[in-house]
Design a protein around this ligand. Structure first.
Ligand SMILES: C[S@@+](CC[C@H](N)C(=O)[O-])C[C@H]1O[C@@H](n2cnc3c(N)ncnc32)[C@H](O)[C@@H]1O
Length: 211
């Protein structure tokens, strides 16, 4: 049975396609299949929408979401190049053509090309080294957490009205001013939230996080 034809609705089936060290980390670091499928519809309710997964890891969210909503495009940006290579292989293995992956810092990207943004704790490793380490290739710098979270909030603050943001577990800070909480679902001890940009805010309201 090819991966395209097999049932990947179960996490252990999907995770089996990851390199072994990543399989062991998946339940903590990567979005569960059922959550990714549901979040895909929250992020891309209309054909042609472009979704950015901020911190895509080895592509689990993007690949599952792209299979679930083939009319949307899912782009994953990931700071660890070796995970981008895994993500590209996964997309090929599952014959997913509407998911692509970029290597680099999400804050270096032009966010104006996207209609929606997905965050599953992308910056948490910078804060909680011991408990949340995915691997040792990312230097531990708590100051980077504030830089990344504030950078993300500022980019979301200047996004278009109607921009959709879905957070799973956490974004790392309060969502920027100008967004309304439209839906909230408890999943075990975690939470999936949909925010939609409703109004523009002034530069002082865009806000930064200091703790
Ligand atoms: C918790 S994982 C989530 C993976 C994926 N979004 C999912 O849900 O399956 C967060 C990822 O964000 C990446 N990351 C951290 N800081 C980043 C940054 N500034 N730019 C891009 N990726 C980043 C980490 O390397 C890690 O792979």
């Amino acid at each position: 049975m090819t991966p395209q034809a097999c049932d990947v609705d179960e996490d252990d089936v999907f995770d089996h396609h990851l390199p072994h060290p990543l399989q062991m980390k998946s339940s903590i670091h990567f979005t569960p299949v059922a959550v990714a499928r549901y979040a895909a519809h929250l992020l891309a309710p209309r054909p042609g929408m472009r979704v950015l997964d901020v911190g895509a890891g080895p592509g689990k969210f993007c690949v599952v979401a792209a299979r679930e909503v083939p009319t949307a495009t899912f782009v994953g940006i990931e700071i660890r190049p070796h995970l981008v290579a895994v993500a590209r292989k996964l997309a090929m293995r599952f014959s997913v053509e509407n998911a692509t992956f970029l290597a680099g810092n999400a804050l270096d990207l032009d966010w104006s090309e996207y209609d929606a943004f997905y965050f599953y704790n992308p910056f948490a490793e910078q804060l909680y080294k011991t408990a949340f380490l995915l691997d040792r290739t990312l230097s531990f710098e708590p100051s980077k957490f504030l830089e990344y979270v504030n950078g993300a909030r500022q980019r979301l603050a200047i996004a278009r009205i109607g921009t959709r943001v879905v957070t799973y577990h956490s974004f790392g800070a309060p969502t920027p001013f100008g967004y309304d909480l439209v839906a909230s679902h408890s999943i075990g001890t975690d939470c999936l939230e949909l925010w939609i940009k409703a109004r523009h805010v002034g530069p002082t309201e865009a806000g930064t996080t200091t703790a």
